[in-house]
Design a protein around this ligand. Structure first.
Ligand SMILES: Nc1nc2c(ncn2[C@@H]2O[C@H](COP(=O)(O)OP(=O)(O)OP(=O)(O)O)[C@@H](O)[C@H]2O)c(=O)[nH]1
Ligand SMILES: [Mg+2]
Length: 406
């Protein structure tokens, strides 16, 4: 049978915790087809929270408590709780849950069922059909919760997940939790730990499932949440969002530098006698093929400018964008550079097709050429180049059919 440990940080929750043990452990756990445990993580609460749990644990094998000496924050309470659940209790999955009945015990069962049906990460979600926030909340609290959540969803670019700030979640240990370096999570002394933990979990989980949660109002004791916690949560989401896209941002900057190098290259080469000689020399070819373009110094300048941009893009991406995968040996650099040139041909073909097709449909005007070029760059060339570099040049991504192979 699967062993699931509900990790429940509780700090000055005396009144809630005794009821919680009755409602969750005594009434709900027996209905769930898994071996269920409750692990309370206390911070030497000033009230009788610890004593209530210790008394309950005397008569129940599946109730446990650990103490964190100092009140070092919610994130640390979870990290220590998870470590204990995995190392000491041998958990197959862990749950995050509040002690104040905002996560009503009846919602534990559907979460566990989703896990037993194959989910690696289960999110108790307030923002999917069937889920809700308390009716009792006033408009401003509802608005802050909804807008804050939406903001984090946008910053992290995770549109498929609807609730990124919920504190009610289930995580499979094997392949998800055991891949996360828990002590290195950001903002562990705050509620903001939630965002980093979610981000890391989603990265590792193959199957993420959201289960509706009717979030209830706190009934007893005092809230530990405040504006400071909220601001640090937003701040952390922005930091993670930027870090996540760092490589793409660098790729964009390198591409922009490449564009400038290309432009300057054209102008510089145009002023050299070298391109004039090239144009003259290819005059002979013109007679054979009848291509005027070969005799134009500007087209030779453009080709050389483009190659300069390719060299600049390759070098800067190698030393900066993909610095963790930097190619250093000449025997690696030369074939990769040739491959890089070859992938650039793909961009030429994309432009050839898109711009050619657009002028056929919309007319051959400079506006159509510019608009279709911008369209091709944003929607096709950028994703194409970025994918090619990640897949074939610096190999940070694996092809789907190679995932799992070494
Ligand atoms: N061990 C431990 N538990 C904490 C700490 N801070 C909060 N908690 C617990 O974490 C859970 C969530 O805290 P709450 O105060 O309910 O925060 P919230 O749900 O965002 O805010 P409300 O909606 O006002 O209740 C509760 O079970 C708290 O007792 C802490 O520093 N240490
Ligand atoms: Mg609460």
């Amino acid at each position: 049978m699967e062993k699931i440990v509900v990790v429940m940080p509780a700090w000055n929750e005396e009144e809630n915790i005794s009821r919680m043990i009755e409602e969750l452990v005594d009434k709900e756990f027996p209905k769930i087809p898994a071996e269920m445990h409750l692990l309370v993580v206390d911070n030497y609460s000033k009230d009788k929270t610890a004593q209530v749990v210790q008394d309950a644990a005397k008569t129940r094998k599946n109730v446990h408590i650990i103490e964190q000496g100092d009140k070092s924050g919610l994130g640390w309470a979870y990290v220590r709780g998870f470590r204990y659940a995995v190392d000491k209790l041998g958990a197959d999955a862990v749950m995050e849950m509040d002690a104040d009945f905002q996560h009503p015990p009846r919602f534990v069962r559907p979460m566990v069922e989703a896990y037993l049906n194959g989910a690696d990460y289960v999110i108790g979600s307030r923002y999917i059909p069937g889920g809700s926030v308390p009716k009792e909340w006033d408009f401003s609290r509802k608005f802050v919760s909804f807008a804050g959540n939406l903001f984090i969803r946008l910053v992290l670019l995770k549109p498929s997940i609807h609730d990124l700030t919920t504190g009610f979640r289930l995580t499979r240990v094997k392949g998800v939790l055991d891949k996360i370096s828990l002590e290195d999570l950001m903002e562990l002394d705050r509620f903001a730990y939630k965002v980093d933990l979610l981000y890391q979990s989603i990265k590792n989980a193959k199957k993420v499932v959201e289960v509706p949660l009717e979030f209830a109002p706190r009934i007893a004791e005092k809230s530990k949440f405040n504006a400071k916690e909220m601001i640090s949560t937003f701040k952390l989401a922005i930091i993670i969002g930027i870090k996540d896209k760092q490589r793409f941002i660098k790729f964009g900057i390198v591409g922009f530098i490449g564009f400038i190098v290309n432009y300057i290259g054209i102008e510089v080469f145009r002023r050299t006698t070298f391109v004039q000689e090239l144009a003259l020399a290819s005059g002979g070819l013109k007679n054979i093929a009848g291509l005027n373009i070969l005799t134009t110094p500007s087209s030779w300048s453009a080709a050389l400018g483009a190659e300069m941009a390719i060299i600049s893009n390759f070098s800067l991406n190698n030393i900066w964008t993909f610095k963790e995968k930097r190619l250093t040996k000449v025997s690696e650099i030369i074939p990769s550079f040739l491959k890089f040139n070859l992938t650039s041909v793909g961009a030429v073909i994309i432009q050839f097709i898109v711009i050619g097709f657009s002028v056929l449909v919309f007319g051959d005007t400079s506006l159509v050429r510019l608009a279709s070029l911008v369209f091709a760059i944003i929607f096709l060339i950028i994703p194409y180049n970025y994918s090619m570099y990640n897949l074939f040049i610096w190999k940070t991504w694996k092809l789907p059919w190679k995932v799992g192979k070494h």
